[in-house]
Design a protein around this ligand. Structure first.
Ligand code: SF4
Length: 261
């Protein structure tokens, strides 16, 4: 149990949003520790378990970090964010791991950060609808993933064999997320992505919010995924979604291009 007024983090640092509709905006990232999914392409496997220590960037943009013990008092995190020139950022992004596994500290931090200027961007795997409802009043942008079982399992699933897909749970999550000022759906596609699961996702989105921005993100090769889909396959996937959804964009992880955190 994490004591109140503390958060269990992996790291906090200043950078630039590399994904989605707000790509290119100055963003302070707060990465929560622990995740209950296992994506084959996960680039932050160190965030899966509760971490003993967190690293906090000391000076904006330097990449110099200091280690602190977890759980970290929220007052310490707010002071560290101010040292990183918090009000100069367009957004604070709560990411992970899965930030909705710690809804109480998330709400407290979001309130404190928002008062100082930045908008609050929640990056989530999009499955904990109850926790989302709890935090929604302090969130400006919900960026939810739509996970596909060709590449993603729950952490407690068996290693092989068929698993239940996430479509129904994501659709329910999206319904609640629409209470936020802004929502987007992100789907990471790999060579394993099938047309059937893309169609199932599309039908769910059509049933809940056809206008929601959908970001198709080609995987950045990592972990168990060695390559991204080729250009022809990406165009096929884009066209397939654009036939029914009005607001689809293909956007890779841009921060990887210039080596940002
Ligand atoms: S949900 Fe995020 S942190 Fe969890 S395994 Fe997937 S990519 Fe990694």
């Amino acid at each position: 149990m994490i004591p109140k007024a503390t958060a269990n983090l992996v790291e906090m640092f200043s950078s630039v949003q590399g994904e989605g509709v707000h790509v290119g905006t100055s963003t302070l990232f707060v990465r929560f520790s622990e995740c209950d999914l296992r994506c084959r392409w996960c680039d932050t496997p160190h965030s899966w378990a509760l971490a003993k220590t967190a690293r906090l960037e000391s000076e904006r943009g330097t990449g110099d970090f200091r280690e602190v013990a977890n759980p970290v008092p929220l007052s310490q995190l707010i002071a560290a964010a101010e040292a990183l020139e918090l009000p100069s950022h367009r957004f604070v992004s709560f990411t992970g791991g899965e930030p909705l596994l710690q809804p109480e500290p998330l709400v407290s931090l979001a309130r404190a950060f928002r008062e100082r200027g930045p908008r609050i961007h929640l990056e989530t795997h999009g499955l904990h609808a109850d926790a989302l409802a709890e935090v929604l009043p302090v969130i400006d942008v919900v960026s939810m993933d739509w996970k596909l079982v060709s590449d993603v399992r729950r952490a407690d699933d068996r290693k092989s064999g068929p698993v239940e897909d996430f479509h129904t749970a994501h659709a329910e999550f999206l319904r609640i997320a629409l209470g936020a000022p802004e929502v987007m759906v992100k789907v990471v596609v790999t060579p394993a992505t099938t047309d059937e699961e893309i169609d199932a996702m599309m039908h769910c989105i059509l049933g809940v919010s056809p206008e929601v921005p959908v970001i198709v993100q080609p995987v950045t090769p990592c972990g168990g995924v060695g390559a991204a889909p080729g250009p022809q396959r990406l165009l096929e996937l884009l066209s397939r979604l654009e036939r029914s959804l009005p607001n689809v964009r293909l956007i890779p992880q841009t921060h990887r291009l210039y080596g940002a955190l």
